[in-house]
Design a binder for this molecule. Structure first.
Ligand code: BEZ
Length: 591
């Protein structure tokens, strides 16, 4: 394959700013369909991101597409100021308007790219721009409040905000230094937070991140908007799904910080997308991956999913090509394009094609919390049972924000050194008195859980506001307690993310905690476990328990909360699991 590349083509925006853009074209007569990526990470690296989650640009050009890579406003070679998200809708639309006028473009454009590059796709797609035929966000979100910056339960996604904020501030600072502005000492200050995550995460108040906000004031804005208010609604493509008329291929990971919103944008587009093509054309591929674990995807210190779990086995480039050939080129003869959804089922560690998500044959089943009121730690008396509990009991723990439960794996973005995202063993946190564990008996047959996991808790607290966290865990026969999925609910947002309501201390309320999604077969000999606590730090920020503004809370403000989970016939606290019960095939029965 031979191709030509034009570097730093200036693409004009409506306000006179021109964005730096590279154009890769097959060395043959055009015009070509175009695949556009808009990135804050440097367009010049678009061919060599070395990120196996992203498709191979050379394969795109080899298949006859022109590839266009653009530095978003205020990054790398594009002028202006980088304010995350706010310019991407307009700038994306202006770029598409320019593209379809180019003689080498045949008028059909697809967009691609991961994470932030996915935000740029959703925000352009809501504008229903001429020429756009499809988008392919990898590990991304159409609701930036829900992920990655806050969470469906209203807690700040602290690790994502501060880690990504630091990296972005560093990129801005580098531009400033190149232009003879900026203080070189800030480089050291920012880097020390990445090298020593406790320096980044522990200090209070959260709003005191002066160096970071000097170079990326947007971080201050994020902390100033803990509710899902107009600041977030303006960049929530998911709220405008009916305006999106193109299909999306989404690729996600069960341990990705974005996974909840990846799934929600799929289900919302299937129902409310703005055209038949958008509703019917959704595609979803989800593997056992986290956001940022390099090239060994699918293999983690406490759990390996085998070769099939590697992203290489998922053929991300092939998925993109089949999708774009159908939706951008309009080909109807794309082989292997028979199912909407492809998921990696953990436990049995194999890929499965499915008709839709949630799986149409899901049976949401209650697993009740039970026990005598001493569920603290994995050796306590907490029980998880399909039979409704017959006795009332209350489990109590102290949540001390000075001593939060540390994040161990899961959907954290970066984690701490030695603590990777992904399916980590929870043994160390399950030994804590402030972690309640509710566990089933040893399973005598496999139980498949694939879909959205919800926790309904009857809780009370000594505080006017606090958090309740939950984790679904697969307890292996060797004792490993492998995390599957997790979530948090900030009590003040129990009814609304825009109208917080404090709790009357001591009164019992029903709380629904979204534990996100997973796909796992709990094998015979394993046990299903639910963990309940009030912190998961720094995956989420610590609730100060005061009821006041959390980001402004200082060390002196922190209050210890006495938190309680009630269960029994009158207060049926329960885990609602999406069970998949299918007749086993003959081969499965034989093995
Ligand atoms: C990313 O582009 O990888 C990213 C963006 C926002 C939050 C986390 C990661």
């Amino acid at each position: 394959m031979t191709f030509r590349v034009d570097v730093d083509v200036a693409v004009p925006m409506r306000d006179g700013v021109s964005l730096a853009t590279n154009v890769w074209r097959p060395e043959k007569p055009g015009p070509f369909p175009v695949l556009l990526v808009r990135t804050p990470y440097g367009k010049d690296d678009a061919g060599t991101y070395g990120n196996p989650k992203l498709p191979d640009v050379f394969a795109f050009v080899g298949a006859g597409y022109a590839v266009v890579a653009q530095d978003v406003r205020g990054t790398s070679r594009s002028p202006g100021v980088f304010v995350p998200n706010v310019h991407e809708g307009r700038d994306g639309a202006d770029t598409l308007a320019w593209l379809v006028e180019q003689p080498w473009c045949d008028g059909a454009v697809g967009m691609w790219g991961g994470s932030y590059m996915g935000f740029t796709q959703w925000l352009a797609a809501v504008r229903d721009v001429p020429g756009l035929r499809a988008i392919a966000p990898v590990m991304s979100s159409a609701d930036l409040y829900g992920a990655p910056w806050y969470s469906p339960g209203g807690a700040l996604s602290q690790d994502a905000v501060l880690t990504w904020g630091t990296l972005s501030a560093l990129r801005t600072l580098r531009r400033e230094l190149d232009e003879g502005r900026g203080d070189p000492a800030d480089v050291r200050a920012l880097l020390s937070g990445l090298e020593h995550p406790r320096l980044l995460h522990d200090p209070l108040p959260l709003t005191g991140r002066d160096v970071m906000t000097r170079h990326l004031p947007w971080v201050g804005e994020v902390l100033a908007h803990p509710e899902r208010d107009a600041f977030w609604q303006e960049v929530a493509a998911i709220d405008r799904c009916a305006a999106i008329t193109v299909p999306a291929l989404q690729i996600g990971g069960w341990y990705d910080v974005f996974i909840g919103e990846t799934m929600r944008s799929y289900t919302t587009m299937r129902r409310h997308g703005g055209s038949d093509a958008a509703r019917d054309g959704q595609r979803l591929v989800v593997g056992p991956w986290s956001h940022a674990d390099g090239t060994d995807l699918g293999t983690y210190p406490d759990r390996s999913f085998g070769l099939a779990g590697s992203i290489k086995a998922a053929d991300v480039t092939g998925e993109h090509l089949r999708f774009f050939d159908r939706s951008v080129r309009g080909r109807t003869d794309t082989p292997g394009d028979t199912h909407r959804v492809r998921i990696f089922v953990m436990g049995v560690d194999e890929w499965r094609d499915e008709a839709d998500w949630p799986l149409p044959d899901t049976r949401y089943t209650d697993f009740f919390l039970a026990g005598g009121g001493r569920a603290n730690t994995a050796t306590g008396d907490g029980v998880l049972t399909r039979d409704a509990a017959v006795t009332e009991a209350t489990d109590t723990f102290l949540y001390d924000p000075r001593r939060p439960v540390p994040t161990l794996g899961g959907t954290v973005l970066a984690g701490a050194p030695g603590a990777h995202p992904g399916p980590a063993d929870q043994a160390a946190v399950e030994a804590r008195d402030d972690v309640l564990c509710f566990t089933t008996a040893v399973l005598d047959r496999p139980v498949e859980v694939t879909g959205h996991v919800t926790l309904v808790l009857h809780v009370s607290s000594s505080a006017a506001d606090t958090d309740f966290t939950g984790k679904l865990v697969d307890v292996h026969p060797d004792g490993r307690a492998i995390l599957l999925c997790e979530g948090v609910q900030r009590v003040r947002y129990r009814d609304s993310l825009t109208e917080p309501a404090l709790l009357e201390p001591g009164t019992v309320c029903e709380l629904t905690v979204d534990l996100c999604v997973t796909s796992n077969v709990f094998l015979a000999g394993h046990r299903i476990r639910l963990e309940v606590s009030s912190s998961n730090f720094p995956r989420y920020d610590r609730n100060t328990n005061t009821g006041g503004p959390i980001a402004a809370g200082t060390e002196d403000d922190l209050v210890v909360a006495v938190n309680r989970v009630h269960h029994g016939p009158s207060r049926p606290s329960r885990l609602v699991l999406p069970l998949i019960e299918r007749p086993r095939t003959e081969t499965e029965v034989r093995t």
